[in-house]
Design a protein. Structure first.
Length: 200
């Protein structure tokens, strides 16, 4: 897939208005957010060791300014161990949020999907939008969603984007069931992937 050359830039403009400024703002917001939700509410999950350890910096420098400018509400959680995001997803009050934003590589969204899939209300829970700010060594989900691995473009797409369904795959091994969104492998292919993780 060819990577997009899009870049997002935040600019501020000042105007002298003859009409009520609140009317102007309301009209501008209606035009800007015509088909999407305004002032979205996010749970932001950050994996601080993802990729080269710069996921949190990417969020603070490239994504948070977009979310704040758009008037989004953010609850930020830093994951502390493998499986932490899965536990968070299992216990979230999904009625209080519009999306879960993962700042990481592809591992964190995988954990979130599986956490949602283990809930009693899994069918409804899996309708929750999952978004990604790329910050890992593998950012295939972000590349497929946004056409780029730019954190700022991803943030803009999350703010202005609309929900798009994706296919999930269910894999059962013994008594365990896993949800997957990229690929599945077993045998020597899976072993090679795991054993070469340190070479990324």
């Amino acid at each position: 897939m060819r990577q997009s050359k899009k870049r997002a830039i935040v600019q501020t403009y000042e105007y002298e208005l003859e009409c009520d400024s609140s009317e102007f703002v309301a009209l501008a917001m209606e035009k800007a957010y015509h088909e999407t939700i305004c002032h979205k509410r996010f749970v932001v999950l950050i994996n601080p060791v993802s990729g080269s350890g710069k996921a949190q910096t990417n969020y603070e420098q490239h994504a948070r300014p977009f979310f704040e400018s758009a008037g989004c509400f953010m609850q930020v959680c830093i994951t502390t161990n493998h499986g932490h995001a899965m536990e968070i997803a299992k216990n979230l009050d999904l009625t209080a949020i519009d999306a879960i934003v993962c700042v990481s590589g592809d591992g964190l969204p995988h954990d979130v999907f599986n956490g949602l899939g283990q809930r009693k209300d899994a069918c409804a829970a899996l309708q929750t939008p999952i978004a990604m700010i790329p910050g890992g060594s593998g950012n295939a989900l972000a590349l497929n969603l946004y056409g780029t691995s730019s954190p700022s473009v991803a943030a803009l797409e999350i703010v202005k984007g609309i929900r798009v369904p994706i296919d999930l795959c269910s894999v059962t091994q013994g008594q365990s069931r896993y949800l997957s969104f990229l690929s599945q492998s077993w045998g020597v292919i899976a072993d090679s992937d795991l054993e070469t993780e340190h070479l990324r």
